[in-house]
Ligand binder design. Structure first.
Ligand code: HEM
Length: 415
C-alpha cells in the first residue's frame, strides 16, 4: 500500500510569500515528496534535485492533457488546478510536442528576438510618453501588461487596438480563485477572445499576411500542416504564457528595487548587470511557481516509489530556494554565478519565450532607468494576486515620479 506523507499545500491558499516559502522550506527539509488532497490530489516535489529529475525526464513524466468525453472534463496537463483549456506545446508529449517546437523555435531564438528589440524599446517609450507628464504610472497595467500583450499579439498576428479586452481575461483568469464568481466571469470573457482568435485564423486562411500565424499555417510538416484547432491552442498558450509571467517579473523586480536602493543604483550605473539580474530575479521571485506532470510508468522519486498515473506538482519556486544549490538562497545577489535556477523550466519543455522575456525585461528596465529614474512604488496601493497560485504576480502596482517630457519625434523609431 502506497504511503502518502501529507501536506496541506495548496497553490491557491491565501498566504504571504514568506509564509509560502517557510512552508516549502519545511517540506524540502523533512518531506521532499509530499501528498496534498487539494484539487483532486497531487504529489508536491520541493527539492531542486527531484524537480530537475522530473522535468528532465519527459519519457517517464507526461505533460499531456486530454479531454475525457465521458466525464466531460480535462485530464492531465501542467496546471493545478486545471484550467478549461489546453496549452500547445506545453501540454503535449512527443511526438506531438516535436511538431510544435520544431516550427516555433526559429521565431523565438536569440537572433529572431534581437530583431524585435528596437520595436519593443520604441513601444516601451511610447507607453511611458503616455504618462510621463502626469508623474503617475502603473507598472503592471500601464507598462508590463500592454508591452507583453501587444508585443505578442502583433507577433502572432492579432489586432492590437482592443488589446486590453484580449489581455484582461488572461490577467484575471490567472489570479481569481477556483470556484469564484470572478473566475467564472473571466472565463466567460476569455470565450470572447477565443472567438476573435478563431476569426483571425479564418481570415489568415483566406488571405495570409506576414505574421506568425500565416507563416505557421503555410508550413509543410510531417503529418500535414497545422490544423485550425492546433493553431488555436498554440495562440492561447502564446498569449496566456507570455503576458502575466513577464509582467510578474517586471513588477516584482521594481518592487524589490524600491526597497534596495543600492542594488538599484548598481544596476542603473552598470546596465550589463541586467543580464545576471534577470536570472537572479527570476530565481528569487519565480513568476511561474509550479508545473505538473503525470507518471507514465512506475518511478522512484524523492525516496518514494510511485505507480503510473500519479500527478506530481513540481515547485519551481521551492527548487529555486534550495540552499543545497543556492548559497544565501533567501537573498538577492544580482551577480550570482553559477545560477542554476529552474524558473523557466528545464528539459524539453524549457520556456520557448525565455529570450523574449529577457529582452522585454531589459527594454523595460532601461526605459524606466533612463526616463523615470526616481520611480517610487506606491506600496500601499499595490495589490498582489489574492493567492500566489501558479503565477507570483500583481493585480496593479501604481508608482510616481517627477513629471518629465514626451520624446521628441526624432527620438522615435517609427515616425
Ligand atoms: C518571465 C517570463 C516567463 C516565465 C517565468 C516563464 C516560465 C515558463 C516555464 C516555467 C515553463 C515550463 C513549463 C513546464 O515545464 O511545464 C515555460 C514554458 C513555456 N513558455 Fe514561458 N515563461 C515566461 C515567458 C514566456 C514568453 C514571453 C513566452 C512566449 C512569447 C512563453 C512561452 C512559453 C511556451 C510556449 C512554453 C511551453 C514550452 C514547451 O512546452 O515546449 N513564455 N515558461
Amino acid at each position: 500500500m502506497l504511503q502518502r506523507p501529507c501536506t496541506d499545500f495548496d497553490p491557491e491558499r491565501v498566504e504571504s510569500p514568506v509564509e509560502r516559502q517557510n512552508r516549502l522550506s519545511a517540506l524540502r527539509d523533512a518531506c521532499p515528496l509530499a501528498w496534498s488532497d487539494a484539487h483532486g490530489g497531487f504529489w508536491l516535489a520541493s527539492r531542486h534535485s527531484d524537480v530537475s529529475i522530473i522535468s528532465g525526464d519527459a519519457a517517464s513524466y507526461s505533460s499531456a492533457k486530454t479531454f475525457n468525453e465521458d466525464l466531460r472534463q480535462w485530464e492531465g496537463g501542467t496546471v493545478v488546478p486545471a484550467l478549461p483549456m489546453r496549452f500547445i506545446p506545453s501540454e503535449t508529449d512527443s511526438p506531438e510536442w516535436d511538431r510544435y517546437r520544431g516550427v516555433l523555435n526559429p521565431h523565438f531564438g536569440p537572433k529572431a528576438v534581437e530583431s524585435r528589440r528596437a520595436r519593443f524599446a520604441d513601444f516601451a517609450h511610447a507607453l511611458i510618453d503616455g504618462h510621463i507628464e502626469t508623474g503617475c504610472i502603473d507598472v503592471v497595467l500601464d507598462v508590463g501588461n500592454p508591452l507583453s500583450a501587444i508585443g505578442t499579439m502583433q507577433l502572432v498576428g492579432f489586432p492590437t487596438d482592443d488589446w486590453w479586452a484580449w489581455a484582461k481575461p488572461f490577467h484575471e483568469v490567472t489570479y481569481h480563485p477556483t470556484g469564484s464568481e470572478a473566475l467564472a466571469k473571466a472565463v466567460t470573457d476569455i470565450e470572447w477572445v477565443y472567438v476573435q482568435i478563431r476569426d483571425v485564423i479564418a481570415q489568415r486562411r483566406r488571405q495570409p499576411e506576414s505574421d506568425l500565424l500565416s507563416v505557421l499555417m503555410q508550413q509543410e510538416l510531417p503529418g500535414g500542416p497545422l490544423s485550425d484547432e492546433e493553431l488555436f491552442d498554440l495562440s492561447v498558450q502564446l498569449l496566456g504564457g507570455s503576458i502575466e509571467t513577464t509582467t510578474a517579473l517586471i513588477a516584482n523586480t521594481l518592487m524589490y528595487l524600491d526597497t534596495d536602493k543600492s542594488c538599484r543604483s548598481q544596476l542603473m550605473g552598470n546596465r550589463k548587470l541586467l543580464r545576471p539580474a534577470f536570472d537572479e530575479f527570476l530565481r528569487y521571485f519565480t513568476p511561474v511557481q509550479n508545473s505538473a506532470r503525470r507518471t507514465m510508468a512506475p518511478v522512484q522519486v524523492g525516496g518514494i516509489e510511485l505507480p503510473a498515473g500519479e500527478t506530481i506538482l513540481m515547485s519551481w519556486a521551492s527548487a529555486n530556494q534550495d540552499r543545497s544549490v543556492f548559497p544565501d538562497a533567501d537573498k538577492v545577489n544580482i551577480e550570482r554565478s553559477p545560477n542554476r535556477h529552474v524558473a523557466m523550466g528545464r528539459g524539453k519543455h524549457f520556456c520557448l519565450g525565455s529570450f523574449q522575456a529577457r529582452m522585454i525585461f531589459e527594454v523595460v528596465m532601461n526605459a524606466i532607468f533612463d526616463r523615470l529614474p526616481d520611480l517610487e512604488i506606491l506600496v500601499d496601493e499595490a495589490v498582489r494576486y489574492p493567492s500566489i497560485g501558479n503565477v507570483n504576480g500583481w493585480v496593479q502596482m501604481p508608482a510616481r515620479f517627477a513629471p518629465g517630457r514626451v520624446r521628441e519625434s526624432e527620438d522615435r523609431a517609427e515616425k
